[in-house]
Design a protein around this ligand. Structure first.
Ligand code: ATP
Ligand code: MG
Length: 404
């Protein structure tokens, strides 16, 4: 079996070979090559120590990214390759990280520490595929299977539980029976893993083509791993199917999953996963806008856009669509019809400035801001034209109580 390998990657292999060291492509890239999918990056493994690699790579740009763990990044032919010394992970006393790593001269030892059979294959142009644990057969059968004893492997590193679900979703694979049973038993131990790493796997899971199936089948595992999801309860399956429709936008997919929880719990869920503020606000606003009710006519649409803004309106529509909410199509049409009116939805688009209000005797201060907001609502709903004179007249009406 031979795979097409980028020239830069072959050059790295050649450099190491010239210094007397074998090296192999390993992990995700080999899995993807076997599936006939272009790898998004290429990782290599070698018995050379980082020091020996530095010598072999003399003249190339090398970055000492993870030197303590034996990893160097080398730039070759315009691409970056991560090269790691064969490694044995030390004891995992906390179920999160190995207490230390030890280099080894054995490729087999390096492969046996890896998580799943499909991720534990190596390849070199010279020797072809090295598949010690039946990774190719599992790939062909569509199976995620732990390397070695599943219970022990998940005890070592509980992140592997989330990774199993992630790969099942992205590859559309089944999790092998014993592997699945072990990860169900140990699901609560995922809580020991950092929220950032749980989030990363959860978002990848949500981006997968088989996310709905995995979400449904492993609800208990996910709720143990991310307790903020547990209150979704009986609405889980519907939420899972809505989330799956938004797989191309995992943040929104998570908002869809979280929708039954409402605005505050959605914010809490995102914060518990330590997402960036922008994603948290985006998801929370979309759920809030949806809960407030989608617009049913042009005038509603104006107020909706004034209140939530165009990006949130689009997100809320996408959520409503994913849930097949009645009223989605009406709202879409109302928003489109509103856009055609050219009415303003923000103070910056209002044809009147605060200073203009001074001319009619409205003093600066909070009252002026309040008046501007009310004028914006009137202009957005078409009750007053977005023209300076009409807005000034509207302001006077508000002042004198002629208009509510
Ligand atoms: P992706 O396509 O998302 O990059 P990947 O399989 O390359 O998937 P990485 O997280 O990049 O995943 O890890 C590279 C390789 O390192 C894996 O294929 C696997 O062999 C090994 N690996 C990564 N994380 C773990 C882990 N927690 N436990 C055991 N092996 C792991
Ligand atoms: Mg990878």
């Amino acid at each position: 079996m031979t795979f097409p390998i980028p020239a830069g990657c072959l050059a790295v292999v050649e450099r190491l070979a010239s210094s007397g060291f074998p090296s192999y492509l390993v992990g995700g890239c080999v899995r993807d090559l076997c599936r006939g999918v272009a790898p998004h990056d290429y990782d290599l493994t070698t018995p050379a120590t980082p020091e020996q690699m530095q010598k072999a790579f003399a003249g190339l740009r090398v970055i000492g990214t993870g030197i303590a763990h034996g990893t160097l990044t080398v730039l070759s032919d315009g691409a970056a390759y991560e090269v790691t010394t064969y490694r044995v992970d030390g004891k995992y006393s906390d179920g999160r990280h190995p207490d230390g790593v030890r280099f080894t001269a054995s490729l087999e030892e390096d492969l046996v520490r890896r998580d799943f059979t499909v991720n534990a294959m190596a390849y070199s142009p010279r020797e072809g595929l090295i598949d010690l644990f039946g990774g190719q057969a599992d790939l062909a059968a569509g199976i995620i299977r732990a390397v070695g004893e599943p219970e022990r492997r998940f005890q070592e590193d509980a992140l592997r539980i989330m990774r199993a679900l992630r790969f099942a979703s992205t590859l559309g694979f089944e999790i092998e029976e014993n592997t699945a049973a072990a990860l169900r038993r140990l699901a609560p131990t995922v809580l020991r893993v950092s929220p950032e790493r749980i989030r990363e796997e959860l978002l990848k899971l949500l981006s997968g083509a088989s996310s709905e199936k995995v979400l449904r089948a492993y609800r208990d595992v996910l709720c143990a791993a991310v307790p903020a999801l547990a209150p979704i309860g009986e609405t889980w399956d519907g939420a899972a199917s809505a989330a799956a429709k938004l797989a191309s936008d995992p943040t929104l997919a998570l908002a869809a999953l979280s929708r039954p929880l409402g605005e505050d719990a959605t914010s809490a869920l995102f914060r518990s996963l330590r997402t960036d503020k922008k994603s948290e606000r985006r998801a929370t606003a979309a759920v809030a806008a949806l809960d407030a009710g989608l617009p049913a006519d042009v005038s509603d649409a104006g107020l909706f856009l004034v209140g939530y803004g165009q990006p949130t309106a689009l997100d809320a529509l996408a959520l409503a669509d994913a849930y097949a909410d009645p009223g989605t199509e009406t709202a879409r049409q109302a928003l489109a019809a509103f856009r055609a009116t050219g009415r303003p939805t923000s103070l910056s688009a209002l044809a009147l400035r605060g200073d203009d209000l001074a001319a009619v005797g409205i003093p600066s201060g909070p009252a002026r801001g309040e008046t501007l907001s009310r004028l914006l609502a009137l202009a957005a709903t078409g009750k007053v034209a977005n023209e300076r004179d009409a807005l000034l007249a509207g302001a006077l009406d508000l002042e004198t109580g002629k208009r509510e």
